[in-house]
Design a protein around this ligand. Structure first.
Ligand code: ADP
Ligand code: MG
Length: 633
C-alpha cells in the first residue's frame, strides 16, 4: 500500500467550506424528486417521465459514444423494438394464441419486456458483429442506414399496424397496482433510470470499465493489455441497445399506443444530441442533456410556429445550431462545466477510494510463474516484413532469455519498431516465425502475447490522459483479474478491484511515481509518462518486457533511476528487450546488443564487441567518427 503521505485523500478538505460529496448530492436530488413527485402538476410529471425515458437511452449513448468512442444515430430504432415487442404481445390475437392463455393479462407486459430484450439483444449483437468492424465514418453511416430501415419496417408491417400503429396497450401492473398514469409509471421510469445509472457508474469504476475506456484511446494499446476490443465494443453496443429497448417498453405502457413516428431517424439524432450536449463521457450528462433538450423542444414547438407563422419541425434547425454552439464552447458537453461550477460545494470523492477498508492482498490476482534464469523466452527466426516493395525487416533472427537485457539499436528507419510489432502480435511477419515461451505465435493477436506474459511500452506514449496514473497502470493488470461486466455493475468485484488498485500502486511506487498516483496521466511530463507505461506493463507481471525508446525525454537522473529499475527487473528474472537511441544508457545496461541497418542484422554481441565492430561504426556514423564509443564512456 502507498504511504499516507502519497495519498491525496489524507489531506483534509479546506475548513469552513460547505462540502458535500457527489453521492450525497445525488441522494438529495433523488429524495427531493421523490418527495415532490406527489405534488407536482400533471403536466410536469408527464414531462419528467419523458425526460426519464430519454435519459435512459442517452445514458446508453454516453457509454457507447462518449466513453467507447462509437457514434450511433440509430438508437431510436431499438427504442421502437422495445415498444413494438410489448405492444404486439399485449394486443395481438396471434400472440395470445401462441401463448394459449398460459400468461395472465397482468403478466403480458413482462412477456413483452422479455421479448423486446431478446429481440434487441439478437439484433444488436448481429448488427454489432457486422458494423462495428468498420472504422471512421462508416460506422455512424451504417447506424443511419439501419435506423432508417427499422423505422420503415415498423411502418410497413401489417401485423404491427402499419403507419397507424397499435392501440390499446394495457398499463403496467405491479403487485396488483395498475400504473396507468404518468405519476404512477414515472416512479418506475425514474427508478429504472437511477438503477441503470448506478450500474453503469459501477461498471465504469471497474476493471472492465477501464477496458471500455481504453477502447477510445486506440485499440492497439487495449489489445496489448489483453483486452478483447472487438468483444467489448459489441457488448457496449448491446448494452446501449438494451437500455433503449427498456425505454421503449416503458414508453409503450406510458403512451398506451405505439406508431412508427417516435422511432424515426430524427429522434435518433435528438438522442445523440442529448448525450453529446449533456456530457459526452459523463453519465449524469445524459440526464442533463435529456432535460435541456426536452424542455427546449417543448418551448420551441410553442414559440417557433407562432413566430414564423407556419407549423413545421423548425426545432430541428435550432437543435443543429445549438449543438454546434455547445461543441464549440464546451467540447466535452455541458456536464464538465456544470461540475466545475459546483466544485466549490461538491468535493470530488473519486480519491476517497484510495485507502481500502480491508488490506487488499494481491494474492487475489492471478500470479504468473516467473521463468528460470536463462530460460529461452522469445525467439524470432528469419522474421521478414515487407511493405510493398520496402523490406522493413529482412530475415531477422534473435532470442531473448530470462534474466537478460537485450538491446536493439540502429539508425532511424532501420526497422526496429516494425520488428517490435512482429514480436508483439501487432502485425504478422511476411515470413518467418515468432515463438513466445515455446509457442508458435503465427497469426495470434497481441492479447494472446499479453496472456503469455509479454508486457510492452510504446514509442509514442499511449495512455488515457484524463484518467489517473493508478487507473492507467491498473489496466496493465487486466488479465490478472476475472470479474466481468455483471459483477462490476452489481459491485461484486470490490475485493478484486482493491487488489488491482493495490498492485497498481505497488508498481507505481516501485517506478518512483508514488507522488503522482492520483494525478491525471496527461499532466505528467513526457518522460514520466514513459515510466507510467513501464509501470503499466509491470502490473501485468510479465516475463518478457519490450520497451520502445524508454529513455527518450527522460532527464539525466530519471535515466539513471530507470537504469536501476531495469537492472533490478533483470535480477528478478525478466527478459527485457529494449530499443533505445541513448548509447550511454544502452552500453551500460545491455547484456547483448543486436544492430539493425536497413532491416538487416549487421552485428550482434556484447556491448564491447558491438562497439568494436567496424560495420556498426560505419552504419551508425557513416565514417570513423567515434561518437558511439565516446557516448559509452
Ligand atoms: P525504426 O523504428 O527503426 O526507426 P521503423 O520500423 O519504424 O524504423 O520503420 C522501418 C521502415 O519501414 C521505414 O522505412 C518505414 O518508413 C517503413 N514502415 C514502417 N511501417 C510501415 C507501414 N505500416 N507501411 C509502410 N512502411 C512502413
Ligand atoms: Mg521506431
Amino acid at each position: 500500500m502507498s504511504s499516507p503521505s502519497n495519498n491525496i485523500a489524507a489531506t483534509a478538505p479546506p475548513a469552513g467550506k460547505p462540502l458535500v460529496t457527489p453521492r450525497q448530492l445525488t441522494l438529495v436530488f433523488v429524495v427531493a424528486l421523490a418527495m415532490a413527485w406527489g405534488f407536482l402538476p400533471e403536466f410536469t410529471v408527464s414531462v419528467l417521465s419523458n425526460i426519464g425515458l430519454y435519459a435512459l437511452v442517452a445514458a446508453g449513448l454516453v457509454m457507447l459514444t462518449g466513453v467507447g468512442g462509437m457514434t450511433s444515430f440509430g438508437q431510436a430504432a431499438f427504442v421502437g423494438m422495445g415498444a413494438y415487442a410489448t405492444a404486439w404481445i399485449c394486443t395481438s390475437p396471434t400472440a395470445a394464441a401462441w401463448m394459449g392463455g398460459a400468461v395472465s393479462p397482468a403478466l403480458l407486459p413482462w412477456a413483452g419486456l422479455a421479448l423486446g430484450l431478446v429481440f434487441t439483444f439478437a439484433l444488436a449483437w448481429t448488427l454489432g458483429a457486422v458494423t462495428l468492424k468498420l472504422q471512421g465514418h462508416y460506422l455512424p453511416l451504417c447506424t443511419i442506414a439501419w435506423g432508417l430501415s427499422l423505422y420503415y419496417l415498423f411502418g410497413n408491417m401489417d401485423f404491427l399496424g402499419g403507419q397507424t400503429g397499435i392501440t390499446g396497450v394495457p398499463p403496467l401492473v405491479v403487485a396488483g397496482f395498475s400504473l396507468a398514469t404518468p405519476r404512477a409509471l414515472g416512479v418506475v421510469i425514474w427508478g429504472v433510470l437511477l438503477l441503470a445509472l448506478w450500474a453503469m457508474h459501477n461498471l465504469l469504476d471497474s476493471r472492465e470499465g477501464r477496458a471500455i475506456r481504453a477502447l477510445k484511446g486506440g485499440r492497439l494499446m487495449a489489445e496489448s493489455m489483453g483486452v478483447d476490443t472487438a468483444r467489448h465494443r459489441i457488448k457496449l453496443f448491446v448494452l446501449a441497445a438494451l437500455l433503449a429497448a427498456v425505454s421503449g417498453w416503458l414508453y409503450a405502457h406510458l403512451q398506451r399506443f405505439v406508431n412508427p413516428t417516435p422511432f424515426n431517424l430524427n429522434i435518433g439524432i435528438e438522442l445523440l444530441f442529448m448525450a453529446v450536449v449533456g456530457g459526452a463521457g459523463h453519465l449524469w450528462g445524459a440526464v442533463l442533456g435529456a432535460t435541456l433538450i426536452t424542455l427546449l423542444k417543448e418551448k420551441l414547438q410553442d414559440v417557433l410556429p407562432a413566430l414564423l407563422g407556419t407549423s413545421g419541425n423548425f426545432e430541428v434547425i435550432v437543435f443543429g445550431l445549438l449543438m454546434l454552439f455547445v461543441l464549440q464552447r464546451f467540447a466535452d458537453g455541458l456536464w464538465p462545466t456544470v461540475s466545475r461550477l459546483a466544485s466549490r460545494w461538491v468535493r470530488d470523492d473519486a480519491r476517497k477510494a484510495a485507502p481500502a477498508l480491508v488490506h487488499p492482498s494481491t494474492m487475489q490476482l492471478v500470479q504468473r510463474k516467473l521463468p528460470a534464469s536463462g530460460e529461452l523466452l522469445l525467439e524470432a527466426s528469419d522474421v521478414s516484413k515487407r511493405f510493398g516493395g520496402l523490406v522493413a525487416n529482412n530475415a531477422i533472427s534473435m532470442t531473448l532469455k530470462a534474466g537478460e537485457i537485450h538491446a536493439l539499436i540502429g539508425p532511424n528507419g532501420a526497422g526496429k519498431s516494425t520488428f517490435f510489432n512482429m514480436i508483439s502480435g501487432v502485425d504478422d511477419p511476411t515470413s518467418g516465425e515468432v515463438r513466445l515461451s515455446g509457442q508458435s505465435m503465427a497469426t495470434k493477436p497481441s492479447r494472446a502475447f499479453a496472456a503469455l506474459g509479454l508486457g510492452r511500452t510504446f514509442q509514442h506514449v499511449r495512455l488515457l490522459g484524463q484518467r489517473s496514473v493508478v487507473e492507467n497502470v491498473a489496466l496493465g493488470a487486466h488479465l490478472r483479474a476475472k470479474r466481468g461486466w455483471l459483477a462490476a455493475m452489481l459491485r461484486l468485484d470490490r475485493a478484486e478491484e482493491a487488489a488491482l488498485m493495490a498492485e497498481a500502486r505497488r508498481q507505481i511506487e516501485r517506478c518512483g511515481l508514488g507522488a503522482h498516483a492520483d494525478t491525471p496521466a496527461a499532466s505528467l511530463s513526457l518522460g514520466q509518462q514513459r515510466v507510467v507505461e513501464i509501470a503499466r506493463a509491470l502490473a501485468g507481471q510479465p516475463s518478457v518486457l519490450l520497451l520502445d525508446e524508454p529513455a527518450a525525454g527522460l532527464r539525466h537522473l530519471e535515466k539513471r533511476a530507470l537504469s536501476v529499475l531495469l537492472s533490478q527487473l533483470r535480477a528478478e528474472g525478466l527478459g527485457i528487450l529494449v530499443v533505445e537511441h541513448d548509447m550511454e544508457f544502452v552500453m551500460n545496461l545491455a547484456d547483448r546488443i543486436t544492430v539493425l541497418e536497413f532491416g538487416t542484422v549487421i552485428a550482434t554481441g556484447t556491448p564491447a564487441e558491438v562497439q568494436a565492430n567496424p560495420r556498426v561504426l560505419e552504419a551508425y556514423l557513416g565514417g570513423a567518427d567515434d561518437e558511439l564509443l565516446e557516448d559509452a564512456r
